[in-house]
Design a protein around this ligand. Structure first.
Ligand SMILES: Cc1ncc(COP(=O)(O)O)c(C=O)c1O
Length: 393
């Protein structure tokens, strides 16, 4: 994807196709489920590896009313692409970013006096006023102000030129384990802090309150406040095995595919790849695929049961994955009814015929979460947007 989010001609035998119809359908489902809360779409890390600008545009067309990013650079990219809706920066940034936050019209999250002062000073320099979102740490213990210190920060914000309180938020640590009591506890801590600040006249009704991520929005109605900040569900990926998406409503947007670059016979007793860790027990055929760990396939993929789809069938990756290539055991073809040739499609993530390899299959084998799988697909793999929202240029 080029910086404007438009399609670039694929230049390698590997592509990630991002289905904008799936993104739009997933956002429409979130809008319906979270209502009356608004949906802000989280497109940090290049839209979880899907392409931030294309995803943001499709999501906005489908009803999202804001975006969220992790980095100032990410927010500036979105703004430059023409997004006019709020763009929330999810964590406080180093003070030296304050002028850029103000000039790009981003919505800063803050939780320290230093953070508030930096934005206020930048806003005054620019002759404007910025709406701040203050994050309360209700138990995630990553970022945020302690509930007991909230009012002090809000008083100083109230008295400062250049800033006003526009939002109050927190982040849930265990929303994706719906039965866990932590979410109820965090919500109670948040509501106590919010109540105290409201009673002190520091939070008025115009302040936007937001708590839920995807799992919060989907599994915890009490976490749907004025806005939900949804990422993973937008991409059609389960927040966790305990919080799977309704597959009648959500569809995986990413399809990662390649082509066989070499197909050959190998003999029983021979070995393959660095370290010769895999030995063939029988004569078979091997396909080489020009995708490797520099593209985001873990080096140990074969050792955790990693597979790809070729000819509508799941086939094991054999030997360690190398930087740019991996090898697949196609199995013998004694009857000649399983032909595989150079140029044949190889699916790493997605469907092929009736066979599927989902992001969740990858996460399960690797002992991780879908977020890490899609974010690991490196920038070296061309992204191509498909679907009715795709720009044909
Ligand atoms: C503060 C915050 N809000 C929302 C999200 C979106 O979470 P999810 O992708 O689970 O919807 C994230 C993602 O990490 C986050 O850090």
């Amino acid at each position: 994807m080029d910086p404007t989010g438009t399609q670039r001609a694929p230049h390698r035998w590997t592509w990630v196709d991002v289905d904008l119809d799936a993104i739009a359908g997933n956002v429409a489902a979130l809008v319906e489920i979270a209502a009356p809360a608004a949906v802000w779409v989280v497109v940090k890390a290049d839209g979880y590896g899907h392409g931030d600008i294309a995803v943001a545009r499709a999501a906005i067309d489908a009803g999202a009313t804001g975006c969220a990013v992790a980095l100032v650079d990410e927010g500036e990219r979105l703004r430059a692409s023409g997004v006019t809706l709020p763009i929330l920066v999810l964590s406080e940034q180093p003070p030296e970013y304050a002028d850029r936050i103000v000039s790009a019209g981003l919505t800063p999250t803050v939780y320290t006096a230093r953070g508030v002062e930096a934005i206020a000073a930048a806003a005054v320099r620019a002759g404007t006023e910025i709406g701040l979102h203050v994050k309360v740490d209700t138990g995630m213990q990553r970022v945020g102000i302690a509930p007991d210190s909230l009012n002090e920060l809000l008083v100083s914000t109230h008295d400062m030129r250049g800033v006003r309180l526009a939002g109050l938020c927190t982040h849930l640590a265990l929303a994706d384990v719906p039965a866990h009591p932590a979410t109820t506890e965090q919500l109670a801590v948040f509501d106590r802090a919010l109540g105290t600040s409201r009673r002190a006249g520091l939070v008025d009704d115009d302040v936007i309150v937001h708590v839920g991520n995807s799992a919060g929005a989907l599994c915890h109605p009490a976490a749907r406040r004025d806005v939900v900040r949804t990422g993973i569900a937008v991409y059609g990926i389960d927040p966790s095995p305990e919080a799977p998406l309704d597959r009648g409503r959500f569809r995986q947007a990413m399809r990662w595919w390649s082509r066989a670059s070499l197909v050959k016979e190998v003999a029983a007793g021979s070995h393959i790849s660095y370290g010769w860790r895999h030995r063939f027990e029988c004569d078979t055929r091997v396909a080489t695929v020009p995708v490797g760990y520099a593209d985001g396939v873990p080096r140990r993929w074969s050792e955790v049961g990693g597979t790809v789809l070729i000819g509508g069938r799941e086939r094991p990756v054999v030997g360690v994955v190398t930087m740019d290539q991996l090898m697949v055991d196609l199995g013998p073809d004694p009857n000649g009814d399983d032909p595989v040739s150079v140029g044949d499609e190889v699916v790493l993530i997605g469907n092929q015929g009736l066979a599927t390899l989902s992001v969740e299959d990858w996460a399960d084998r690797l002992g991780t979460i879908g977020y890490e799988v899609v974010c690991a697909v490196s920038a070296r793999v061309p992204r191509r947007v498909v679907g009715s929202g795709a720009d044909p240029s």
